[in-house]
Design a protein around this ligand. Structure first.
Ligand code: ZN
Length: 326
């Protein structure tokens, strides 16, 4: 554990068998109350590591709040456990509701994901919902949470954090901004080295990549000296990193435009197959099932952005979506 700023500590929690490797777990220590940010996976060893931190920093459950940046299981895995321990939990209404709806195996959310898989053309790969990372690591129990409302403030120790809307990586991801100290806890909104995954969440969430790019633009304008993100190294120059992320998505959009131009019309799955991916495998057929879900979600968010800016059109035939160049 290291003190990364006055009374702000960082402990890396391992994420076994996950390409993200570890979660940056943050603790803000105050006199009257303290705060922990996100929890890591629901694993016994992670729980023990956090309990060690409680002992080391002398944190009391009744005076400690848990702030959840977003619903992903590497951030929320132990939420129910800490709730039972007596911590008050803050989470955005959108992500909290989505998360609580994910508990039941027969919740319509999972049915929708299977339906989307078909619309995206994924039935060809015969994927099962059991291979979907969100389903596999879904929470075991719903939690009660206090709404983390963007624009409201949370004060902990000498810090007065403004809750900020960072939506894009998930529909309701929120961060904490401390204006005087120029600190932003940003969850997975901006990461060093890794490109945050931007996936398709359903048509009701609209052009989510566009939403993400707008959130990046707002973050670009913020005065930040200390960007505390959730994975890997701490980014020193947030503007430089945001420019790299813009360039990444521009390149992706160009790739998708080229793919659409090559055929009359293309399914989301076939766009995903033709995009360049970093993972070491020979081709689409060697992709692990979970990576196919990811890849198709990412391709879809880019195709929907192209549609939103007028560079692509979509049509549905026999329950499958086809995108084409405009
Ligand atoms: Zn995430």
């Amino acid at each position: 554990m290291q003190e990364v700023y006055k009374n702000i500590y960082l402990k890396e929690l391992a994420l076994p068998n996950n390409p993200l490797r570890s979660l940056n777990f943050y603790i803000v220590k105050g006199e009257d109350r303290s705060m922990i940010i996100d929890t890591g996976f629901n694993l016994e060893e992670t729980k023990q590591e956090i309990l060690d931190v409680f002992r080391e920093l002398d944190l009391k459950p009744e005076n400690t709040i848990l702030f959840l940046t977003h619903l992903h299981s590497d951030h929320t895995g132990l939420a129910a456990y800490f709730q039972d321990m007596g911590l008050e939990i803050y989470m955005s209404e959108k992500d909290g509701t989505l998360m609580n709806n994910s508990v039941a195996q027969d919740n319509p959310r999972w049915e929708h994901i299977v339906e989307f898989g078909r619309l995206q053309g994924l039935h060809v790969d015969q994927l099962e919902i059991g291979d979907h990372p969100g389903f596999k690591f879904r929470p075991s129990a719903p939690i009660r949470f206090t709404n983390a409302v963007p624009g409201e403030f949370l004060s902990v120790g000498e810090y007065n954090f403004e809750i900020v809307d960072l939506k894009g990586h998930t529909p309701g991801i929120v961060g904490l901004y401390e204006r005087d100290h120029k600190i932003l806890f940003c969850g997975d909104h901006i990461l060093g080295k890794i490109t945050p995954n931007i996936t398709f969440w359903g048509f009701e969430y609209g052009d989510i990549l566009g939403t993400y790019l707008e959130s990046l633009a707002r973050t670009y304008d913020m005065d930040i000296d200390h960007l505390f993100s959730s994975h890997r190294f701490l980014v020193e120059d947030h503007r430089k990193r945001i420019e790299e992320l813009y360039a990444h998505h521009e390149h992706r959009l160009d790739e998708a435009r080229d793919i659409l131009k090559r055929a009359d019309r293309t399914t989301v799955r076939d766009v995903a197959r033709q995009l360049q991916w970093d993972i070491r495998s020979r081709g689409w057929d060697d992709f692990p099932a979970s990576q196919k879900w990811f890849a198709v979600g990412e391709a879809h968010s880019h195709l929907e952005h192209l549609r939103a800016i007028g560079d692509a059109e979509m049509e549905e035939e026999d329950g499958i979506l086809y995108y084409k160049s405009v």
